[in-house]
Each structure stands twice: as structure tokens, then as C-alpha cells.
Ligand binder design. Structure first.
Ligand SMILES: Cc1cc2nc3c(=O)[nH]c(=O)nc-3n(C[C@H](O)[C@H](O)[C@H](O)COP(=O)(O)O)c2cc1C
Length: 245
């Protein structure tokens, strides 16, 4: 199990420091050839998996692609994008298929000696029903009908009750981990570019991805190269996206 520093030993970053880190991250498409040390990669992945995630089932996995020959095979898979020529690529995978094993792992790795009964019940009982969609998604179909009826009388969680819901479920948590990962590299002085511009069929073949894994992005990582950032930053006015109630 990964161990993390206790809360007391960590000085909290000031809002200004966090803002500076977030503002300094840009999508970089040109990198130098300098390799990213394994210790840095490991540290950043350690920060990635600290992301909040649904029921702590950590539905993600990462393929760290350092091998040059393999990276070269991925350039055409990423349609020749400059970012894909980075010295490090990380395939960020959402895993709607690992929840059952994760339920066992949560109980196995529980950080206190005594597992609260409510926790044990959730991971060994409730979760087994909540995330299971059954063969051909039939249990999901049944659950969709059930929540329609029960939902008439009381508020309840209506998803995930299909395989498609499970995919969204896993992608949400994994995207949060991906952002942590980018910021972690940024804090080490390495630039990143998330890429969804790839041929998924070819990617699955080249990386031999598990059938149910969803490659949500390939992260290019490296030291920023010349003209690595293509444009000045552009964001819409905040008011356009925010409703204050
Ligand atoms: C899910 C996702 C997929 C992306 N795919 C690509 C991509 O395939 N190629 C690329 O050059 N940039 C890609 N980007 C980067 C965006 O273009 C970039 O984040 C956006 O233009 C804002 O710029 P900034 O990251 O520098 O703030 C992607 C970003 C995200 C979040």
C-alpha cells in the first residue's frame, strides 16, 4: 500500500502558491528530448491517485510509456501530433471494470485496525448491488425500473444503473486524477499536454489495453521546448459559466 505523509507534516500551500501553479500550467506541444526521471514520474502518480474519487474505488490505471520504440509507434496513433513526440507518454485509463476487486481492497487496506461496520456493510453488500450491472447489463435494466418506482416516494441515487453509466462513473474520477497528474508534473518543472486526439482502435492494439479500460487521454510529459505553447491563454468570462444561487 502507498503511504502518504500525515496531515500535520505538510504545510498547506497558500492560495497564491496554488494559483501560481495552476496558472503556470499550459498545454505544451513541443518538448526537449530530456527524459523524465522515474522518481519524478512515481511522485506525480502518487499525487494523481490522491484525487477524490467515487466511493474510494479508485477506478483508474496508468500506462507509463518510456520505451522509445513504443512511443514512436504511438505518434501515428495520435495522428502525428507534435505533443505525441514527448519523451514520456502516460495513457490515463478509466476502469469501470475494477470496482469489485476495489471493494475487497478497500477492506484489506483499511487504515485503522477496526473497520466500521457501516463501511464493511457498504463494500461487501451495498456496493456489490450498486455497481453490478449483471450479465448483458440485465441487472442494470432491472435497477432502472426499480429506481423509477422507489424514486416516486423518496430521493435516491439513480445511477450508475447501466454499463454506459459505469463508464461515466469511472471517467469522472479518472479525469480528476489526470488533472492532479498534470499539476504534479508542473510542480516538478515538467510540462504536459493532455491528448484525446488519438485513434482508439489502434491505441488499444499498440498498448494491449484491457477490453473494458477507457483511455480518457494520453498525457504528453517533458521539459517545455521552444515555441512549446502555441497561443496565449484564452478563457471565457467567468459569468458565462457560473450561476450564483
Ligand atoms: C480531454 C482533453 C483532450 C485534449 N486533447 C488534445 C489533443 O489531442 N491535442 C492537443 O494538442 N491538445 C489537446 N488538449 C489540450 C486543450 O486543447 C487545451 O487544454 C485547451 O486549448 C486550453 O489550453 P491550456 O491547456 O493551455 O490552458 C486536450 C485537453 C483536454 C482536457
Amino acid at each position: 500500500m502507498t503511504s502518504f505523509p500525515s496531515d500535520e507534516s505538510v504545510a498547506l500551500a497558500s492560495p497564491a502558491a496554488l494559483r501560481a501553479l495552476i496558472e503556470s500550467r499550459r498545454s505544451v506541444r513541443r518538448f526537449t528530448a530530456e527524459a523524465v526521471p522515474d522518481e519524478v514520474i512515481r511522485d506525480c502518480l502518487g499525487m494523481a491517485v490522491l484525487a477524490p474519487n467515487s466511493c474510494n474505488l479508485q477506478p483508474w490505471s496508468f500506462q507509463v510509456i518510456r520505451d522509445e520504440a513504443l512511443r514512436q509507434r504511438l505518434v501515428p496513433v495520435c495522428m502525428g501530433q507534435n505533443a505525441a513526440k514527448a519523451p514520456l507518454l502516460i495513457a490515463v485509463l478509466a476502469r469501470p471494470d475494477t470496482w469489485r476487486e476495489a471493494c475487497d481492497k478497500v477492506l484489506e487496506y483499511w487504515p485503522q485496525e477496526k473497520i466500521p461496520e457501516i463501511t464493511r456493510k457498504f463494500y461487501s453488500g451495498t456496493a456489490q448491488f450498486q455497481y453490478n450491472q449483471g450479465p448483458f447489463g440485465l441487472l442494470g435494466l432491472f435497477k432502472r425500473q426499480l429506481v423509477r418506482i422507489v424514486g416516486l416516494r423518496r430521493a435516491l441515487m439513480r445511477k450508475p444503473n447501466s454499463r454506459a453509466d459505469m463508464r461515466i462513473w469511472a471517467v469522472k474520477s479518472t479525469a480528476l486524477a489526470a488533472e492532479n497528474l498534470m499539476l504534479a508534473f508542473q510542480s516538478h518543472g515538467y510540462a504536459t499536454c493532455p491528448m484525446e486526439g488519438f485513434d482508439e482502435v489502434r491505441l488499444r492494439k499498440v498498448l494491449d489495453l484491457p477490453r473494458q479500460a477507457i483511455p480518457i487521454m494520453i498525457l504528453a510529459v517533458g521539459r517545455q521546448g521552444e515555441k512549446g505553447v502555441y497561443n496565449s491563454r484564452l478563457r471565457f468570462p467567468l459569468e458565462q459559466h457560473v450561476t450564483w444561487l
